[in-house]
Design a protein around this ligand. Structure first.
Ligand SMILES: [Zn+2]
Length: 241
């Protein structure tokens, strides 16, 4: 029976370790997705800065072109000043000249505003580019570490599964089936008993049951947490043997 207890304790330890590595491996895809998200967020910011520059440059070019056209129109109108024959025609001409001057002034304001936007956007694009280089290097490093952790976890899982098979094979089929049923609901499935207390749930073990456990003749479970109970002394004994 001591051998079975030893097997159960080992199986329980292997299962606990296995569960930890499986949990770690399961968390990796989300961590990798977080890296991809951060990379996309920085890229979107850089793209927005580049788009702002492009938009402002377009406004600048259009306004410069408009200002040139209106400047040419104004010169043409000015040259007509001495050719007008009537007061009414002169008033119309003056009005048209005024409109051209206003259009030139508006275009010049827009050019200045666009130039300011371009300057600010270029500065923020440059700082984002610098930031992005650092972030990208950090993300790559994080992803490499995740790859390493994933393959390390996979290696440990494979090793522990093989170990588990070895331990399980040596156990009595009925005892193993009982263990598997409990392990499906409780982790760990085995609890150590110390000073008449189940260390799995911290509840006192009734005297009669405690005597049965000390005898070590059969597998006893905790009536509260349903874990397989193994006395500390049997554990020491099994560890020594
Ligand atoms: Zn218990």
């Amino acid at each position: 029976m001591i051998e079975a207890f030893q097997g159960l304790v080992e199986l329980s330890q292997v299962d606990t370790e296995l569960a930890a590595h499986e949990r770690e491996r399961a968390e990796i895809p989300a961590k990798r997705a977080a890296c991809a998200e951060e990379r996309a967020r920085i890229e979107a910011q850089r793209e927005a800065a580049r788009a702002a520059i492009g938009e402002a440059e377009l406004v600048q070019r259009q306004s410069e072109s408009l200002a040139r056209d209106k400047q040419a129109l104004l010169q043409k109108l000015e040259s007509q000043q001495h050719q007008v024959k009537s007061n009414a025609a002169y008033t119309v001409l003056l009005h048209e000249m005024e409109q051209a001057r206003e259009a030139i002034s508006d275009a010049e304001t827009k050019i200045l505003e666009a130039m300011e936007v371009i300057e600010q956007s270029r500065a923020s694009a440059a700082s984002l580019d610098r930031e992005a280089a650092g972030i990208s290097a950090r993300l790559e490093e994080r992803e490499r570490a995740l790859d390493e952790r994933e393959s390390a976890a996979a290696g440990e899982i494979a090793r522990l599964r093989a170990r588990r098979e070895d331990v399980a094979r040596k156990l009595d089929a009925v005892i193993l089936a009982r263990y598997e049923r409990i392990a499906g609901r409780r982790s760990p499935a085995v609890a150590v008993v110390s000073r008449e207390i189940c260390l799995g749930c911290r509840v006192d073990i009734p005297p009669q049951r405690y005597i049965e456990i000390l005898k070590g003749e059969e597998v006893i479970t905790c009536e509260y947490c349903h874990r397989i109970l193994i006395h500390q002394d049997q554990l020491r004994h099994s560890a020594a043997s």
